[in-house]
Design a protein around this ligand. Structure first.
Ligand code: NDP
Length: 297
């Protein structure tokens, strides 16, 4: 079997187009412009790249993009003051604090200072609780992107066996909650899971979010399974050049799976698209307007 490729890059473009369409309608019908504030503390190069592309795509969708770049030695007090100001600013509907924060700042404290209604990363403890209890929440962007790809590819997920490899708060756990919300039978695997290969092989849906290059190989995958590879790992390729690979060994897995996301071009582009989707959802909720269809969980 040769797997169908799930083209996350193309799907993310359709999500961004939907968002841009809705932004134009909000402006025309209600004079509203959704606004996203991104806060970056320090000079981590990867974070700077992410923040730049978030700002660019936010503007391209017709939204207001505000960036706050703070020095690495910013005090917790100053950061919390900025968040309080953004919480109170009616032109800002989404607030994202780029992680990781420098060591002297308490990430949980900072994230939980964001108004949950503006928490477009979905990391605030209230949103975690709402998602866990099946209530309307802001949903973390990467798992939301994976869910959108799965729904688009499979239609109904009801009754399917899903295995999520990885139990982080930003990917694995919310992914499991979303799959449960769509009535999958969900197994969450992690570094202590026994017989991991057998667990994965029994799944109709495999979501790999491990952070280990090409760990999940073709012989772990059940015939015809749908494989979502969240991993982004930079490894040394031919001629000493670095290349990006996922947590799944694409070459062997694509011979067995029914469908698979590539890396790059799979889940990656969905994350920022879902950030834009969450910002427009937050804007609609804040203004008592119907939420755009197909952009939330
Ligand atoms: P974390 O390091 O926070 O979590 C990794 C998880 O994998 C942990 O639960 C860990 O288990 C589990 N794990 C580690 N080794 C093994 C193993 N040998 N067998 C089984 N499970 C194992 O990573 P994240 O969730 O933040 O990210 C996962 C991957 O996704 C990374 O490659 C990251 O770069 C990528 N990523 C991609 C995004 C995107 O936009 N596409 C966004 C976010 C992340 P335990 O808890 O037991 O230690």
């Amino acid at each position: 079997m040769t797997a169908q490729i799930i083209d996350g890059k193309a799907f993310a473009a359709t999500v961004r187009a939907k968002v841009a369409d809705h932004v134009a309608r909000l402006q025309a019908d209600h004079g509203l412009t959704p606004g996203l504030a991104v806060v970056l503390v320090g000079e981590d190069p990867a974070s700077q790249v992410y923040v730049r592309s978030k700002g660019k795509q936010t503007k391209e969708a017709g939204m207001l993009s505000v960036e706050h770049k703070l020095s690495p030695d910013t005090s917790e007090e100053d950061l919390l003051k900025l968040i309080a100001d953004l919480n109170a600013d009616p032109s800002i509907h989404g607030i994202l604090v780029q992680l990781p924060l420098p060591d002297h700042l308490d990430s949980d404290l900072v994230i939980n200072a964001i108004d949950p209604a503006k928490d477009v990363d979905g990391f605030h403890i209230s949103n975690v609780g709402l998602l866990g209890t099946g209530q309307k929440s802001m949903v973390p962007c990467t798992p939301l992107g994976c869910l959108m790809l799965l729904r688009d590819h499979l239609g109904s997920l009801s009754g399917l066996n899903a295995v999520v490899v990885g139990r982080s708060n930003i990917v694995g756990k919310p992914m499991a909650q979303l799959l449960l919300g769509d009535s999958c039978t969900v197994t969450v695997a992690h570094s202590r899971t026994k017989n991991l290969q057998d667990v994965v092989r029994a799944a109709d849906i495999v979501v790999a979010a491990v952070g280990r290059p090409e760990m999940v190989t073709g012989d772990w995958i059940g015939e015809g399974a749908t494989v979502i590879d969240v991993g982004i790992n930079r490894i040394e390729g031919e001629g000493g050049k670095t290349k990006l690979v996922g947590d799944v060994d694409f070459e062997s897995a694509s011979k067995v799976a029914g469908a698979i996301t590539p890396v790059p071009g799979g889940v990656g582009p969905m994350t920022i698209a879902c950030l834009l989707a969450n910002t427009i959802t937050a804007c609609c909720r804040a203004n008592g307007l119907p939420e755009p269809e197909g952009l939330t969980a």
